[in-house]
Design a protein around this ligand. Sequence first.
Ligand code: ASP
Length: 458
Amino acid sequence: MLRVLIKDTVGKIGEEVTLYGWVNAVRDHGKITFIDLRDSSGIVQAVDAKGLAKVSAESVVRIVGLIKARPEKMVNPNIETGKVEIEIKSFDVLSKSQELPFPIDGDGYDINEEVRLKYRYLDLRRKRLNRNIRLRSQFVQNIRNFLFSNNFLEVETPLLSQSTPEGSRDFLVPSRLQPGNFYALPQSPQQYKQLLMVAGMERYFQIARCMRDEDLRADRGFEHTQIDIEMSFVEREDVMNILEKMITEVMEKMGQKIKKKPFPVFTYKEAMEKFKSDKFDLRTEEEKKESVKAFAWVIDFPFFEKDKEGKWTFTHNPFSNPMPEYVSDLLQKKNIEGILTSQYDLVCNGFEVGGGSIRSHDPQILESVFEVMGYKKDEIKQKFGHMLTAFSYGTPPHGGCAFGVDRLMMILTGEQYLREVVAFPMTSGGRTAVMDAPSPVSPTQLRELGLSLRKSEK
Ligand code: ASP
């Protein structure tokens, strides 16, 4: 007999059905035992009057039973199937569960992080996390639907690539075929997406994994997922408009209330004067209680700032174009501190949720950016020669952005920690959930890679 989903039992009163799922709870009342059966669609009560259901909680079972309407006063308004119950005809334990290492019926916030992540597959059975992961899937689906219906192409870009200057430390992967050489995992698909514009794709997106070897925080892990977008033949306002439409449509579709439409726009200078921060929260106390989402744009950032050693570095993205009125300053390398970039950041409720820019598609401008940062001509050629060459073959003006999925999901669900919206997050110490990484590798593997390990100098 084909499986019936628990949520569909309500419409099948009087039928005999086969249900599969986990034993959510067992209540033994002597002559009669109640089993709450759970699957991905819901929970239903099953009644065993024949002593068939001898089972521990969280075991996986198959129940064949008759769906009966509950008498009026026995209806349970707390569950969607509360008007019915299943009279068990046959009962099979398909996989017995031992006692769980922690309870999964509460919200789980008070359980030790290491234990939760060691048994993440059990932690994910918890209602709150199950819901967060499902919401994440719906969110990404809505984003994809929006982008496909606006003529964007989804294109994958390499994970094994070259080190790039995104501003963070790279994760490196040793090459077996070329010992002593390394790939870098992408900090973002920035250069590839620009090359796709040179290739004539015109509208690109990717739900892209990005890796940065940075210190971990509540809202930042080694890996993150971003909605990565690039468009040809656009100006700054064109990109901001379509992104705003995407965020508004998807957020509202998911039942979110947006404070102000169109999103307010602040220059970086205004934001710093008004809020002393470029990641500000526009909500009133009342709106915070109502989980209103207050989006706003920040534009006109300085292109460059001094680093710790007093050298010029980019504030956001070296591949950005300056605002048109500063192009000649950049080419002449004067008024460096006054040059504004075409960067736009989207903030929501005190967090930066995304950002992007119009790119320089003129090799001379890109070269000047790197020169301001102290790169020598041959160094620029070696590191970015491929971009300069590509830009010499007919490059459309283009721009794009990236939105952080993890950060947006934290805002959407009201969670404080990244680990609550990611299926298999790392511990705060940088160890993987469930599996034990990083871990040592065998001497043979090291030999194949041409690597040898030095004793730590601690
Ligand atoms: N590549 C940038 C980032 O990852 C976003 C962009 O400008 O498209 O932050």
